[in-house]
Ligand binder design. Structure first.
Ligand SMILES: [Zn+2]
Length: 589
């Protein structure tokens, strides 16, 4: 995941209090609108997650900066495959028993990794940047420096470094340019446009660290967010991301000596092997061509992002296979597909190279940043909903996360049961564990995006705001086994339920959806009145509120239709009547 837009700021303006993401509507004990099939799946799976095994996988993966085709990425794929094989997933495809395989495909750009990336201020012993201390300070695609001891280069501070004025009167050709702009922008300005040897960027998302040093903790003075420069083997250049403390040391050195120099020593390697996707399946018994897909991305260096998602997904696959093997659950009727991918690229490859399987995908769950110990990282567990009207209109009740948001057009919305069902299941878990479950509108940036673009109802299980997001401090001490277990219990239950639901379950799901529709329409009318009251152009605000209500009614109408396709047996008269009645009642509201 990687993005920031102005819209997060816009959310701040009118309704600050409402910006903390919304608690999901709760499920009360004995709630008749909780499908019995989901309750059975929950009972069979909720206590089967192996916390130690999950933490062992996180510990293994966090050693590596995993980038497709590099050794760390491949070792992580092999690590998970071995554990699946030990849990009964046979190698090679079979039509009836759980199996595991690796799909290989060409990777556009070579993989990359590095063994040394060090910068010294000349005359100082201690490096100001090093792999040993900052783990991910060297930017992806940086090339090795010549010579065993590296190269000595002038250091030039350009302030932000975003425009002409920052370079006026400065000869940066062949120098190391220090700036506060994003590393990509700084590289374009300094290396591509002006022939600098490399750049050092101090840029960081504002939700990771306050901009005023007085407000920074010691940990925040040393935090940096990793980055990448464009792959260009012709330009033997490099980039570093620097913490606030490192940026200050470099600027203090220049203040002492305006013609200060640095020594840079880099040893990096590019890997031309294939990209790889690890695929595991529990074949469906009666509807094997229909699938529920769960995916986690392998690449990136973080323990939470996304070693935790990979470990949680492994735990779900193992718990499901074990529950079926010991007879606690019957084999699913639809196929359960587990994917460990290079984010988005791997999902797209699976969708495009297996069109007949992709056409049968009913629902998809993305697992990205599932293990945050929120006492340390901040934030909360979030269900990023499949796009619904809250992704089209900014609603006080459904604020975006600080990560940002993409534009979603009204005409692209297609209602389904997925959001409300999964929220109800997550709250079933919260009832047992006091788990904090929140939701946010669709924002994109993970594998649910690839499946949603292919027309599959998809959602994301993640945590935000994680103040160690994409940083050198996203390490295993910030990962909670209990949190991964909560996510596994919820996602495992929802996925198994969707692969096995009965007609009776579907009739109950209609009631669940209708409760959600009632609550949503009441909420929208209530906040709509407040928005109109605050609006300067009341007529325009009225029109917007009418559109919002109409959009929700249309959304729930198609969501009810998806319940008709939920049971693994053909929908009978009882279900069809329940759906028709519910659609009429909601439309009439
Ligand atoms: Zn991620």
């Amino acid at each position: 995941m990687n993005r920031f837009t102005w819209r997060a700021l816009a959310c701040m303006a009118p309704l600050v209090a409402a910006c903390a993401s919304q608690p999901a509507p709760s499920v009360t004990p004995g709630d008749t609108s909780f499908p019995p099939g989901a309750e059975r799946a929950y009972a069979a799976l909720a206590t089967q997650f192996d916390r130690d095994a999950a933490m062992e996988t996180v510990a293994f993966m966090q050693q590596f900066w995993r980038i497709a085709a590099n050794p760390g990425f491949n070792a992580s794929i092999d690590h998970i495959r071995e554990r699946l094989a030990k849990s009964g997933f046979q190698s090679g495809g079979t039509k009836t028993a759980p199996f595991v395989r690796v799909d290989e495909f060409p990777k556009g750009q070579p993989g990359w990794d590095y063994t040394a990336g060090t910068v010294w201020i000349d005359g100082e012993e201690t490096p100001v940047l090093s792999r040993e201390r900052d783990r991910v300070s060297l930017a992806i695609n940086s090339l090795s420096t010549a010579g065993a001891d590296g190269v000595r280069l002038r250091l030039i501070d350009v302030g932000a470094g975003t425009g002409e004025k920052d370079y006026a009167g400065k000869d940066v050709k062949g120098a190391v340019v220090l700036g506060d702009a994003s590393i990509g922008r700084l590289w374009q300005q300094a290396v591509r446009a002006r022939g600098a040897a490399g750049v050092i960027s101090t840029e960081i998302a504002r939700y990771i660290r306050p901009s005023d040093p007085a407000g920074m903790s010691d940990q925040q003075r040393d935090v940096l967010q990793w980055g990448a420069i464009p792959y260009d083997p012709k330009l033997t250049s490099f980039g570093f991301k620097a913490s606030w403390r490192t940026g200050s040391r470099l600027r203090e050195a220049l203040a002492r000596n305006p013609s200060a120099t640095v020594r840079v020593q880099i040893q990096s390697t590019f890997y031309t092997g294939p990209n790889r996707t690890l695929v595991a399946e529990i074949p469906g018994r009666t509807r094997p061509q229909e699938r529920i897909v769960l995916a986690a991305h392998v690449q990136e260096p973080g323990a939470n992002d996304d070693a935790s998602g990979c470990a949680t997904l492994l735990g779900i696959a193992q718990a499901m296979a074990a529950a079926v093997a010991r007879g606690a659950l019957p084999p699913p009727e639809r196929t359960l597909t587990f994917l460990w991918v290079d984010e988005i690229a791997g999902s797209r490859h699976w969708i495009t190279t297996r069109p007949s399987e992709a056409r049968g995908v009913q629902y998809m769950f993305s697992m990205d940043m599932t293990g945050e110990d929120t006492a340390k990282t901040g934030g909360a567990f979030l269900i990023e909903k499949e796009p619904d009207p809250t992704a089209v209109w900014e609603r006080p009740s459904d604020p975006h996360s600080e990560w940002g948001a993409d534009e979603v057009k009204l005409e692209t919305l297609k209602g389904s049961l997925l959001n409300d069902l999964h929220i109800a299941v997550a709250n079933r878990r919260a009832r047992d564990t006091r788990w904090v479950v929140r939701t946010n509108p669709y924002e994109g940036g993970s594998d649910h995006t690839a499946f949603w673009s292919a027309g599959v109802p998809s959602l994301l299980n993640w945590h935000f705001t994680d103040r160690f997001y994409h940083t050198n401090q996203d390490t295993i001490d910030k990962v909670s086994a209990a949190e991964m277990e909560n996510v596994a219990a919820a996602v495992g239950t929802s996925a198994y339920f969707l692969a096995s639901a009965s007609e009776e379950d579907a009739v109950v799901a209609v009631a669940l959806l209708e409760r959600a529709a009632d609550a949503r329409l009441a909420l929208e009318r209530r906040q709509g009145r407040e928005l109109i009251a605050k609006a300067t152009d009341k007529a325009a605000a009225e029109r917007t509120e009418q559109q919002v209500i109409a959009a929700w009614k249309a959304w729930y109408s198609s969501a009810f239709d998806t319940v008709g396709r939920l049971p693994v047996t053909a929908a009978g008269a009882t279900l069809s009547r329940a759906i028709d009645d519910a659609k009429k009642r909601v439309a009439a509201q």
